[in-house]
Every structure is written in C-alpha cells, then in structure tokens.
Ligand binder design. Structure first.
Ligand code: ADP
Length: 517
C-alpha cells in the first residue's frame, strides 16, 4: 500500500483552523518555512523527500490538544519536535513528506525542585536555557548534555540521546511525563496521575504499568512536560585522558574499561573516539589529502602529530567527594599499568574552581558540529549507531571491517564506542559533502550495507535517521516481525487516523503502512 498523500484542500482548511488556535503568526506555510523545517544535514534529494508542508507552533498543552483535534478532523499528520535539532537523524523533518511540523519550541517553562534534584521542563527548553537557569538561580545541580548541545532537554531524552556524566543515559533519568494522546486526551504518567502529583518527579514506576518509556522514540503521543533527574553538583571531578597509538589498541581499551564500568568504578559511560573525531573539528580534509584519495597512514600520523592526539582517545571522569575520587582515580590508573598507553593526562576540578566548561561537567557546547566541514562544500552527516556487546575482540573486528567499508565507498571513518554497563553504543558519524553527487550516492549504499551486515551478526541500531526508519525496523524480524505487529496494534488503537508522527521508528497505523523499503 502506498504512503498517504496529503490532501491539499484539507491542509489549507487545517492551517486556517490551526491559526484560529495559535494565531496566524504561529503558522508557517511559506516556501522558506518548508526549507527551514527541512533536514539541513541530509543530501538534497533526501531532504526534499521529507519536506514538511508547514509548521504550527503552540504555546500551551491546551493549544496542542486543539491542534490534535483539528488534525484528526482533517486527517493531517503532525510531526512533533521540541527544538528540531536532531541532526544526523533528520533534524526537524518528518518521515512522511507533507506532514505539518508541530513545533513545541515556544513552550519553555522550567520548574526545578532543588532539594530533590529534579526538573520539569516543557519541550522548548534547550540545554543552554536550562544551564542559564541553573546558573542564574545559583542552583547546585548539573545537567548531562550531548556533544552538540543546541537541542532540547526533552527532545533529546525522548530520542534516547546520551551525554558524558553519570546521568548520561538521558532516557533512563526521565521521571514522569505529561502527554497529549493522538485523540486529544491529556495524561500524566507515574505519580503525576494523582491529582496534585507531589511525587511525580521522584518515583518512576507509578502504580500499575509504567508508561514513560512507551513515549520514547515512539509516535504514541506528544510530550508537553517531561520530568528529569539532575545530578547534585559533586565536590570534585577527577579525570584521566587516555590516548593509545594503534588502531588495534581498541581491543584492550574496551576490555579494560568494560569491567570498570560494570563494577561501578566508572560511573559515566566513557566514549572512545578515533583521531578523526578529534581532528575533524580542528582541520579540514583538503589539508591532508586530495579529493577522492584515501587518507594515507602518513597523513594520519601527521594529523596526530600536529594535534598531539592518539589513534584513539578516551576521557574518564570520576565524580564525588574528593576522598573517594582520589582513591578511584588510583584504582583506574592501576588498570592501565601493564598497558601500552601512548599518552595519559590527569584532570582535576574541585568545587570552587573555574568550571571545566565541557560536557563532562554538564556544560553545553556546540563546537563538535563543525566536523561537518571536514569534506568542504555544504557539509552533512548521517548517524549510524549500532549497539554491540562490550567486548574488545568484537570491537576490533567490527572496526576493521567498517574501516575498510568506509574506505571502499570513499568515506573517512569517524567512530566512537561508548562503554555502558552492559552494552556499547558504536556511534558513527558518516560525514559527507552534500554537493558531491558520488558521495551522496555512495552514502545510501554504504548505510544500507552497514545496517545489513550488522543485522547479519545480530546487532541493530539504537536510533536512526528518518530516511532509514523502515529499513532499521525491518531488521527486528524475530517471529516474522512480531515487534512490528505489536507496535502497529498499539499505534492503531491510539491513533487510528495516523496523525502523530506516522513512520517514526518504522511504526505506522494500520492502513497507512507500506512494505518496508
Ligand atoms: P532536539 O531539538 O532536542 O535535538 P528534536 O526536537 O529534534 O530534539 O526531537 C528529536 C525527536 O524526538 C523528534 O524527531 C521527534 O520524533 C521526537 N520528539 C521531540 N519532541 C517530542 C515531543 N515533545 N513529543 C513527542 N516526540 C517528540
């Protein structure tokens, strides 16, 4: 069955009705608006295939409810975004071309409970907004922020974004949601479901089934408030910056960090990145290789020498009272005693010192995004993010194969391996030049090959770009895609008209699905 087309007459009526709810100034339907809400980091053709028809920006949950009712009436799909900075995975753009972006960035309320260490944010609250709020009010609570922190606290947590402090698994720190359901109903989850909900942000399970995770990476509702735990400012943050010299060192590095993370010596999930992750924000490719030519080992050595970086590097941080962090640091250092470390540096921050000013201390930054300039032209990037076991041999094998695959297709490998308690997120940024047609064509072939090869070994992605949601969902094929059947049953029950984010994570309401690409 073909994907639904947007009925233009119905759209025009819906837009007028939206304007009556939010004011004409908050409905955006000019050509320039469609471009603004497109995916700026995708190849032109892909961006075009996911272009929205308009956007509407409500300010309150009641306005969201009214918009949802109108969308049902005219059968116009909405694509909710918080700030729409989900670049590498689609930015603000929808899966289904012609959807109307439900831009929640005007909803910016922040309520902090300093004593309990929690915050209730509306979707429009950016990482910088919350950071400024905590600073201005002198609140000793730290956020966890992603490497590129220009997005929203809520949108990032809902899409299972990650950061670098002990609170870096953002979705796992969610505690209590307010959600507009596809039929316009308004629910509060967990302990928020009781009248005044005095423990809404304190106790995750609630009574009976827990619903918070059901609204992560899904299209079952529109989140209008999100509760999140914040980290009490620690007395100290001590650290080790470890660099290693050879590509093969990834194996022992993973096997050294894995047990420390499982035992809790490491409270945060350290992210091992290669030389390109470090260098791509500081230089451009044309300085080191001719276009179309593979970057030679000599060039890699020269880049590493210029910026004094290892083939791989990782930052470890220990948080808490100084007595504890000093002891932990000694234990961690000992783990590297018999290892061929290339370079190891220590860091030390103690309460009262000037802030370290980076994501490891919860400070938002945006500079890593400059890596999109690596190839020159109008830079883009696409995320390929499989989840692997924490196993050095697997990491090495995986690295070797994907490194070769990147070279074959004319890409430079930009991987990172984030060591979690039981799994490893292998986040790869496929950097490319949007103006280079060969790269753009190869990008799609390479991405599909990466997904297919990972799946053949039993690995799947934790998150993916809007162009590949069906492709990735299709790899979850146990019992002839039983998971898809479950998702679609729930989706169809909640959203028979398919008006909330159709196609998100490969989930479509019955009657709007198409065989996966
Ligand atoms: P950010 O600006 O923080 O990077 P986005 O607004 O781009 O995050 O959101 C990331 C993804 O999460 C979106 O594509 C959308 O699918 C989903 N999402 C974001 N905000 C909401 C929300 N309030 N309710 C439901 N889903 C959301």
């Amino acid at each position: 069955m073909a994907r639904p087309e947007i009925d233009q007459a119905a759209l025009a009526q819906a837009l007028r009705a939206f304007a009556s709810v939010v004011g004409a100034g908050n409905v955006f339907s000019e050509e320039q608006d469609r471009v603004e809400y497109s995916d700026h980091f995708a190849p032109e053709e892909q961006a075009e295939a996911h272009q929205p028809s308009a956007a509407v920006a409500p300010e309150t949950a009641e306005e969201v409810r009214a918009i949802v009712r109108i969308a049902n009436q005219y059968k116009i799909p909405l694509w909710p975004i918080s700030r729409g900075k989900n670049f590498g995975y689609g930015g603000a753009a929808p899966v289904l071309k012609g959807s109307v972006i439900l831009d929640l960035s005007r909803m910016k309320r922040i309520e902090v409970d300093e004593k309990s260490g929690t915050v209730l944010v509306e979707p429009g609250v950016g990482f910088f907004d919350l950071y400024d709020y905590l600073q201005e009010h002198n609140i000793p609570l730290w956020m966890s922020v992603p490497g590129n922190s220009w997005g929203s606290v809520a949108g990032n947590a809902l899409d299972r974004g990650v950061g670098y402090t002990p609170y870096g698994d953002h979705a796992s720190r969610i505690c209590g949601l307010e959600v507009v359901l596809p039929d316009g109903d308004l629910v509060r989850t967990g302990m928020g479901a009781i009248g005044e909900g005095a423990t809404w942000q304190l106790y995750k399970p609630g009574f009976g089934p827990s619903w918070d995770t059901m609204f992560c990476q899904s299209n079952f509702g529109i989140v209008t408030k999100l509760g999140l735990w914040l980290m009490p400012e620690p007395e100290s943050v001590l650290g080790l910056n470890v660099d290693v010299d050879n590509p093969e060192d990834i194996a022992w590095l993973v096997d050294t960090l894995g047990p420390m993370r499982r035992e809790g010596i490491l409270q945060q999930s350290p992210s091992i990145g290669n030389w390109l992750r470090a260098a791509a924000t500081m230089t451009t490719r044309e300085e080191w290789a001719r276009p179309g030519e593979r970057i030679s080992d000599a060039a890699i050595a020269a880049i590493r020498a210029q910026f004094d970086i290892g083939w791989w590097g990782v930052t470890l941080r220990f948080y808490g009272p100084l007595e504890i962090t000093e002891a932990t640091l000694r234990v961690a250092q000992k783990a590297f005693d018999d290892k061929p470390v290339f370079k190891m540096g220590q860091t030390r921050w103690v309460k009262g010192d000037a802030p370290e000013g980076s994501p490891v201390t919860g400070v938002p930054v945006t500079f890593p995004l400059s890596n999109a300039n690596w190839f020159g032209g109008r830079g883009g990037h696409l995320g390929f993010s499989p989840v692997l076991p924490v196993d050095g041999d697997i990491a090495l094998r995986y690295f070797n194969r994907n490194y070769e695959l990147h070279n074959e297709f004319g890409f430079d490998y930009h991987p990172s391996f984030a060591i979690q308690e039981r799994s490893m997120n292998n986040i790869n940024q496929l950097l490319f030049d949007r103006d280079n047609p060969t790269m753009v064509a190869n990008l799609d072939t390479m991405f599909r090959t990466l997904v297919r090869e990972a799946a053949s070994e039993g690995y799947a992605e934790y998150r993916t770009h809007i162009s590949y949601m069906d492709v990735v969902a299709d790899t979850f094929d146990f019992n002839d895609h039983a998971l898809r059947r479950l998702n679609e049953k729930v989706k169809t029950a909640l959203d028979p008209n398919g008006i909330v984010a159709p196609g998100k994570s490969g989930i479509w309401s019955a009657g709007t699905n198409e065989t996966a690409a």
